[in-house]
Design a protein around this ligand. Structure first.
Ligand code: KG4
Ligand code: ZN
Length: 357
């Protein structure tokens, strides 16, 4: 039996310092040995959002301890690690630089290959940590910074079918939470408030619902919520607004995902049609069950990462590292941190006023 690769993954692109060790079994399925995540929520809470300098300082303070913990708890030793994979972008440059430099130094000292990873590719491949998925597949990536439909043709081969033209979906959840007086990060709290409310109480706009293919837009929703939130007097009205917001998001994603299915099928004809949902918002149970039903109706197999792998983590970075390691796709030690790094490098920039859809 040949030795299976052992990959160290490191993530520090935003407000989570994370390290993970993964390997694989004889059938080629990944095994997550450790997945250590240190969140900085308490540091940023009082500011209502991530403060880059504070985030970077906290990464510097913790990165060595987190990596040590990931190795110690894995039952493996440093010498057994075959490659080091670090997030190189996109993200906050001061934060990215910490995990990237640490990973390079670690790889250099241990004389192992270094692999620079696109954080979004980490999310894209995260469901592979617990499900066998063949390329091509359709991906909906819904996180705090990105909302995109992508056709995943292979490792490093992405074709963007649709994107948000303004706010990311996680951002829309966080902003709605803020307007409802919920502490940062409010996205997950909206789900809890919504469970107690009437989803039909408020009618909210659905920007670009009937145009723009499977592109998305959420900024108009925020404006509507701002207006309504000023009229709210009772806790129940707050729950109702959260529920109405969540229902509106479900309706938008239902319609846009259907369009994404047909876009995907224009140039893919896989044996089995697979729809993967990843990123922090994929943890939302209402959105999950709506998308699951939609997949059943349209003969797609739906795959979600385990809830603990939806948000930022290093196991997904190690997963990309594992695939690249097997293809010997290594990076140079001068690989830069890349704050803006699209998965589909040919996709047009679609943000801001005057965007033509
Ligand atoms: O993927 P992620 O951890 O970080 C980024 O790469 O952005 O996503 C974080 C986002 C936040 O905006 C957070 O509010 C949102 O995911 N989120 C949720 C839920 N859990 C996390 N949004 C809606 N419902 C949830 N249960
Ligand atoms: Zn992320």
């Amino acid at each position: 039996m040949s030795k299976k690769p052992l990959i160290l993954g490191i993530e520090s692109s935003c407000d989570e310092t994370a390290a993970s060790l993964i390997t694989e079994n004889d059938e080629g399925m990944p095994i997550v040995l450790t997945n250590i995540i240190s969140s900085q929520i308490d540091i940023h809470k009082e500011f209502g959002g991530v403060v880059p300098e504070l985030a970077a300082r906290s990464h510097v303070e913790k990165i060595d301890l987190i990596v040590k913990k990931a190795i110690d708890q894995s039952g493996r030793s440093i010498d057994e690690i075959d490659a080091v994979a670090s997030t190189a972008g996109p993200g906050l440059i001061v934060c990215l630089s910490v995990g990237l430099s640490f990973g390079k130094a670690f790889a250099s000292i241990t004389n192992r290959p270094f692999i620079a990873v696109n954080h979004l590719e980490g999310h894209a491949l995260s469901p592979k940590l617990n499900s066998k998925i063949d390329y091509p597949y359709l991906l909906l990536l819904i996180s705090g910074g990105h909302s995109q439909y992508l056709s995943v043709q292979g490792l490093g081969k992405y074709r963007r079918l649709g994107t948000t033209i303004d706010d990311a979906l996680g951002e829309a959840f966080d902003k709605t939470a803020k307007l409802l007086g919920v502490e940062f990060p409010g996205g997950p709290q909206i789900e809890i408030l919504a469970a107690k409310g009437d989803p039909n109480k408020y009618t909210l706009p659905k920007p670009i619902f009937n145009k723009g293919g499977c592109n998305l837009s959420f900024a108009g929703l925020k404006t509507a919520i701002l207006k309504i939130s000023k009229t709210i007097k009772t806790e129940q009205e707050k729950f109702d607004l959260a529920a109405s917001f969540q229902k509106t998001i479900q309706e938008i994603l239902y319609k846009k995902t259907k369009i994404a299915f047909s876009e995907f099928e224009k140039f893919n004809n896989p044996k089995e049609k697979v729809f993967v949902v990843a990123g922090g918002v994929a943890a939302n149970t209402k959105i999950r069950s709506m998308l699951l039903n939609l997949c059943n109706e349209n003969n797609y197999k739906s795959i979600f990462p385990a809830t603990e792998l939806c948000g930022d983590n290093a196991a997904m970075i190690a997963m990309v590292g594992l695939e690249k390691f097997k293809l010997k796709e290594f990076s140079n030690f001068d690989h830069p941190a890349i704050p803006r790094w699209q998965l589909d490098e040919n996709a047009k920039f679609l943000k801001g006023a005057g965007v033509k859809l």
